[in-house]
Design a protein around this ligand. Structure first.
Ligand SMILES: Cc1cc2nc3c(=O)[nH]c(=O)nc-3n(C[C@H](O)[C@H](O)[C@H](O)COP(=O)(O)O)c2cc1C
Length: 177
């Protein structure tokens, strides 16, 4: 069993997938992990759409710009999970949109649970929301926040660099090491 740091180190953005289907129990498991995420006033603004049909996945790939390296992952993976958020189920506080944070927390729960189950994912933000809305019949008052392919990856990747701990964590006051 991986401890949390090992899990965080194992997760990578994976863009090439095998045809191997995802077991229903694993799909249920990752959605349950998302369901348990914390949120603003426990309002749980997130909604997930599980897309398995080829036509749906092709439409999602079409919503991506040509330059998005994740585009091919959406047609290659057996499942794409689309993350939506209901604005009235969260709040903007002092100009900060907690809906986006809530939705992101739930999605990252899903992503890490998938990693633990041996499944690959890749956060996707570079898409045209209106095209996704149309393809999946998402109401006008719901935002499409992100999506990820879900499946068994057909590639391994080396970790991408991260900032040093001294750059991101301070002691006592801003900037103090
Ligand atoms: C909110 C968000 C949006 C992202 N959008 C895309 C995307 O549209 N296409 C893509 O290929 N990768 C996308 N990524 C993946 C990042 O490029 C990736 O997480 C980053 O380079 C670090 O690499 P790693 O995930 O393998 O550690 C996104 C990641 C996040 C968190």
């Amino acid at each position: 069993m991986m401890n949390f740091l090992e899990l965080a180190q194992t997760r990578r953005s994976l863009r090439t997938y095998k045809d191997t289907p995802v077991e229903k129990e694993k799909l249920d498991y990752v959605l349950e992990a998302a369901r348990l995420a914390p949120s603003w006033k426990n309002m749980q603004c997130w909604r997930f759409i599980v897309v398995e049909e080829a036509a749906g996945k092709a439409a999602l790939a079409d919503s991506m710009g040509e330059l998005n390296p994740g585009r091919k992952a959406l047609t290659g993976a057996p499942i794409v999970i689309v993350l939506c958020a209901v604005p009235k189920e969260s709040e903007i506080w002092e100009g900060k949109d907690y809906m986006m944070l809530d939705a992101g927390l739930a999605m990252e729960h899903l992503v890490l649970a998938a990693t633990e189950q041996g499944l690959g994912t890749c956060w996707q933000g570079l898409f045209t929301e209106e095209k996704v809305r149309e393809a999946l019949q998402i109401p006008e008052d719901v935002r499409v926040v992100a999506m990820t392919p879900l499946g068994y990856a057909a590639e391994e990747r080396r970790p991408r660099p991260r900032k040093a701990i001294e750059e991101i964590a301070f002691r006592g006051k801003w900037g103090k090491k």
